[in-house]
Design a protein around this ligand. Structure first.
Ligand SMILES: Cc1cc2nc3c(=O)[nH]c(=O)nc-3n(C[C@H](O)[C@H](O)[C@H](O)COP(=O)(O)OP(=O)(O)OC[C@H]3O[C@@H](n4cnc5c(N)ncnc54)[C@H](O)[C@@H]3O)c2cc1C
Length: 379
């Protein structure tokens, strides 16, 4: 039996790893558009920019692993179509060349997401959209002392780049249309702490402001981080159900019984949260990769793991567990020292109807397990 994995990022590599670790002995083929060994993206906006990690360190496995584990990794090829009735897919080399057809028995879509473009910036300059090792290498080369860096969007990537740029003594201006950075995820109480953190490190944070062409044209470097769009085109062409991501059931199966989808591209019916959720996190790529591997090999395991993510900015490290959801929260309880610009450590709990829906800590690593375990408890 052949399992075809379309992608070549962390979710794809984790699924292949789990298939072999759990003893699956059929064929496993990964079709990867990027010409690299599968790698993790979080270091691209953190350690790699600070020079404390090389791009090679972000690899999931070295090259020998794929041969030793009989995982056929086809790099630099795009899957251009899937014929789900015939159980075939067609690939085309990214560099151009012959289209070839391959058959599969089960297929895993792990096509990830791509950065949302900002047309004004595209027109005025040549912005960096940070997604790949090439993007990170370009940033690394440009982040020099005194460089005037304009960042559009105060989301995770924008703020992590701001942190790296300030640590390299660049002049940083961040434009964000919302009134606070990260306010959609964290709410105003904790979002305010991130605003203070960046201001304390010398970032010119322009909130409630959209960037104008003059500011873009004037910058030495423009970085745009305004969100990602799930790479659903292939799934749509294949006739799969798609709505803000490829729709998958609790077991990560798409509307085709022989096709699963995971990671940034998957919009999952989460059995514990009781709603659909598409999560763009490192941990989800890994954990969904494992469950999908079991199910591709014949199990029917629901994916129940709750969302988790982390970020590093300056000396602040944080972990966030759970998900508040569209109905919001009644209150957020904050315990500890919120002066994170000066090493403060705190925990925060988002509470709805007397139950903790999400919780985080900043700089309080011993609290990690307790914070995670608080999700779903009364408060
Ligand atoms: C700069 C950066 C920093 C991040 N930092 C954090 C962090 O601190 N914490 C956190 O939790 N998360 C972080 N993330 C998010 C995390 O990296 C993603 O959630 C994760 O990479 C998702 O993995 P994936 O395998 O689903 O998708 P991807 O990593 O996007 O991989 C998908 C791959 O599929 C390929 N592909 C797409 N279509 C095709 C096709 N038709 N044929 C062949 N190949 C195809 C793409 O080229 C890509 O290589 C960060 C992301 C970025 C970009």
């Amino acid at each position: 039996m052949t399992i075809a994995i379309v992608g070549g990022g962390l979710a794809a590599a984790t699924a292949a790893t789990e298939l072999r670790e759990k003893g699956y002995d059929g064929d496993v083929v990964i079709y990867a558009a990027e010409d690299h060994l599968p790698y993790e993206r979080p270091p691209l906006s953190k350690d790699v920019l600070l020079g404390s990690k090389q791009l090679e360190d972000a690899r999931v496995h070295d090259e020998a692993w794929y041969a030793e584990n009989d995982v056929k990794l086809q790099r630099g090829v795009t899957v251009i179509s899937i014929d789900s009735a015939a159980h075939t897919l067609r690939t085309e080399p990214v560099a151009g060349g012959e289209v070839t057809e391959h058959s599969y028995d089960k297929l895993l879509l792990a096509t990830g997401a791509f950065p949302r473009h900002f047309d004004v910036a595209d027109r005025v300059t040549n912005p960096v959209y940070l997604r790949t090792v090439e993007d990170s290498a370009r940033l690394l080369a440009a982040l020099k002392p005194g460089a005037r860096v304009v960042i559009v969007g105060a989301g995770w990537i924008g703020l992590e780049v701001a942190s790296a740029a300030r640590q390299k003594d660049a002049e940083v201006t961040v434009y964000e249309v919302a009134d606070l950075p990260l306010v959609g995820v964290l709410g105003p109480e904790v979002a305010e702490l991130f605003a203070e953190l960046h201001r304390a490190h010398g970032v010119d944070l322009r909130l409630g402001a959209s960037v104008d062409e003059a500011a873009l044209a004037d910058a030495d470097l423009v970085v745009v981080g305004i969100g990602a769009i799930p790479a659903t085109e292939l799934a749509e062409k294949a006739g799969l159900d798609v709505d803000h991501g490829v729709l998958v059931d609790a077991t990560l199966r798409t509307s085709d019984p022989d096709i699963y989808a995971i990671g940034d591209v998957a919009n999952h019916q989460h059995p514990v949260l009781g709603r659909r959720i598409r999560v763009e996190h490192w941990d989800t790529a890994i954990e969904q990769g494992k469950v999908a591997a079991h199910n591709l090999a014949g199990a029917s395991e629901p994916y129940t793991h709750l969302p988790y993510f982390f970020t590093d900015q300056y000396d602040l490290g944080m972990e966030y567990f759970g998900s508040v959801g569209p109905e919001g929260y009644d209150r957020v309880d904050i315990e500890g020292d919120t002066d994170v610009a000066h090493g403060g450590a705190f925990r925060a709990y988002w509470v709805k109807d007397g139950t903790v829906r999400a919780a985080m800590h900043a700089n309080d690593w011993d609290a990690s397990d307790a914070v995670r375990d608080s999700i779903g408890t009364a408060r």
